[in-house]
Design a protein. Structure first.
Length: 477
C-alpha cells in the first residue's frame, strides 16, 4: 500500500522522465516548450527524496511493519501481518522495499548529487544532504540484506548486473559518504551557486544536518559492536559532535488530516489494520506504569476476554504472538496518527547510544546519566513526562551497574524506539530484550534478515543464492 505523498514535486519528476524518454525517439528540438522543465530543480527534488526516504525506507510498511513484528513491538492479527509475524516472508515480500531503495531514493539522490556538482548548479549543501541520505539509505538496505550492489550500483543500462559488495565494504563506504558530507558542510565550495532550499527535515539548517551526519556515523559504528573491539570508543568519538538536544532531532513531518501526506502506519491501519500492539510491549509499559502507554496504544473499545481474564472497555490489552486477537489495542496516537512524524535519528537515540557505549567502556556513572537523559527525552518527545514516575525510574537506574545496567539500557531503548528499525538492529546485536519466538512459527527462530528480493534474483546473476531469513548478516555474527 502506497499513498501519493509527493504531490507536485513527484508529478514534476514524472513529467521530466516522460520528456527524457521522448528524446530517445524524436528530434529533441521539435516543439520545445520553454515553460516545461527538462531538469527538476534541486529545491523540488530534495523534498521528494526526503518524503520517499521517510515514507518508503525509514517507516515503510513493507519494511518496518515486518521488523516491528519480529522485534515484538507489534503483533500481526490477520492476513499478511499474521503470516509475516509467524516468519513466513519470501522474496516477493521484499520486492517493494528493494525497489524503493534502488529505483527510488538512491536513484533520486544520485540525480541530486550529480546536479549539485555541475558548475552552473554547484551546491555543496545539496551535495552533502544527498550523500547523507544516500549513506542512511544504504545503511537501512545493508542491515536488511547484508551484501548488496554498492560500488557498481545505479549505473542504469551501462551495468544491469552489478556485483554484490560485502557488507563490510559497504559499511566502509557509508562512513566515507558521511565524511564527505561533513567536509562539504564545514568547508563549502567557493564556486557554490545555490544554498539549501526545499528542505522539509531541517528547513535548511546546516548545523543540524552536520550533527545528524555525526549521529549517523555513531549509529553505524555501534552496529559493529559484535565484530569490532573499537566500536564503542569510535561511536563515543562521533557522539561528541552529534545531536546535542531535542531541537536537533531529525524528523520528517506529515500534515494532519491530509491522507496525501500522512504517516505510513496511520494509512496502513486505515487500509488493512491487521496489526496490534504486542502483549510484550503493553505488559512492559503496564508493569512499570510507563506514561507512554497512552500514546503507544489505544484503549480497547469492547469487553475482551484473554486467558480467562476479562478486560473492560478502556483497558490496554496487548496481542500475544500467534494469537489473532483483533480486539486488542491498536497502535496509538504517538506512532500512528496522520501527522505522527517519522524519526530519522533523534536526540533520544543519541543519548541511548551514549549510555550503551559508556557502560561497555566501564563508565557506569556516565551510562546512568545518559540513560536518564535518554528516557527523559523520549517522554518529552511524546509529551508525557511525569515527574514522579521519572524520579522513581532514576532511583532504579542509580542502583544498577555493569551487565544489569546494560540490559536496562537496551530494554529501555527498545521501549523508547517504538516502531523503529533500530529496535530490531539492537536486538540482533545485543539479545535484549529477551524475546520468545512466535509459538505458531513451528519451532522456527526469530528471523535475522530479509531474503533477497524477486527482482535481483530474476535479473542479476550475481545475487547470492540459497539465502534464508535465518542467516546472519556480517555484523550479526
Amino acid at each position: 500500500m502506497k499513498q501519493n505523498i509527493l504531490s507536485k514535486a513527484g508529478l514534476l519528476i514524472l513529467l521530466v522522465a516522460a520528456l527524457s524518454s521522448c528524446n530517445k525517439w524524436i528530434d529533441p528540438d521539435i516543439n520545445i516548450n520553454p515553460d516545461a522543465p527538462t531538469v527538476v530543480p534541486m529545491d523540488l527534488l530534495l523534498p521528494t527524496i526526503e518524503a520517499r526516504f521517510a515514507y518508503d525506507i525509514v517507516q515503510g510498511n513493507d519494511g518496518e511493519r515486518t521488523l516491528s513484528l519480529w522485534s515484538q513491538q507489534l503483533t500481526g492479527v490477520a492476513r499478511q501481518s499474521q503470516s509475516e509475524g509467524a516468519y513466513s516472508f519470501r522474496a516477493g515480500d521484499a520486492n517493494n522495499t528493494w525497489g524503493d531503495v534502488y529505483a527510488g531514493v538512491l536513484m533520486d539522490a544520485k540525480q541530486l548529487i550529480d546536479m549539485s556538482q555541475q558548475t552552473k548548479t554547484r551546491s555543496s549543501q545539496y551535495e552533502a544532504v544527498g550523500k547523507i541520505v544516500t549513506a542512511a539509505t544504504y545503511g537501512y538496505a545493508t542491515d536488511l540484506w547484508g551484501d548488496l550492489p554498492f560500488s557498481e550500483a545505479l549505473q542504469g543500462g551501462d551495468n544491469t548486473a552489478p556485483k554484490f559488495d560485502s557488507q563490510q565494504d559497504i559499511y566502509t563506504g557509508i562512513q566515507s559518504l558521511l565524511d564527505e558530507a561533513i567536509t562539504l558542510l564545514k568547508n563549502p565550495d567557493a564556486g557554490d551557486v545555490f544554498s539549501l532550499d526545499g528542505d522539509i527535515i531541517f528547513g535548511g539548517d546546516i548545523g543540524k544536518w552536520l550533527a545528524t551526519a555525526y549521529a549517523l556515523k555513531a549509529r553505524y559504528a555501534l552496529h559493529l559492536s559484535k565484530v569490532s573491539g573499537d566500536a564503542y570508543a569510535t561511536a563515543l568519538g562521533y557522539l561528541e559532535n552529534a545531536i546535542a538536544d531535542a531541537s536537533g532531532s531529525a524528523y520528517y513531518y506529515y500534515a494532519a488530516g491530509n491522507n496525501n501526506n500522512a504517516n505510513p502506519l496511520f494509512l496502513f491501519m486505515q487500509d488493512r489494520g491487521d496489526v496490534r500492539v504486542s502483549d510484550v510491549m503493553i505488559d512492559r509499559l503496564k508493569n512499570t506504569s510507563d506514561p507512554r502507554l497512552e500514546v503507544y496504544a489505544n484503549p480497547i473499545g469492547d469487553t475482551l476476554v484473554v486467558g480467562g481474564v476479562t478486560y473492560p472497555p478502556g483497558s490496554y490489552v496487548g496481542a500475544p504472538a500467534g494469537v489473532p486477537l483483533d480486539g486488542a489495542s491498536e497502535p496509538g496516537s504517538g506512532i500512528a496518527s496522520s501527522d505522527t512524524k517519522t524519526p530519522i535519528i533523534t536526540f533520544t537515540e543519541v543519548k541511548f547510544m551514549e549510555a550503551e557505549c559508556k557502560v561497555k567502556t566501564g563508565d557506569d556513572a556516565g551510562a546512568q546519566a545518559a540513560l536518564k537523559d535518554a528516557v527523559s527525552a523520549s517522554l518529552n518527545e511524546y509529551g508525557v513526562f511525569d515527574t514522579d514516575w521519572f524520579t522513581t525510574f532514576s532511583g532504579e537506574v542509580d542502583a544498577l551497574t555493569g551487565n544489569d545496567l546494560y540490559e536496562r539500557i537496551m530494554t529501555e531503548k527498545w521501549v523508547a524506539l517504538m516502531y523503529n528499525f533500530e529496535a530490531y538492529n539492537d536486538w540482533r546485536r545485543t539479545g535484549f530484550p529477551t524475546l520468545t519466538p512466535n509459538p505458531s512459527a513451528g519451532g522456527k527462530e526469530i528471523p535475522r534478515r530479509f531474503p533477497y528480493a524477486t527482482d535481483p534474483i530474476t535479473y542479476n546473476p550475481n545475487t547470492p543464492a540459497d539465502v534464508t531469513i535465518w542467516d546472519h548478516i556480517w555484523w550479526d555474527q
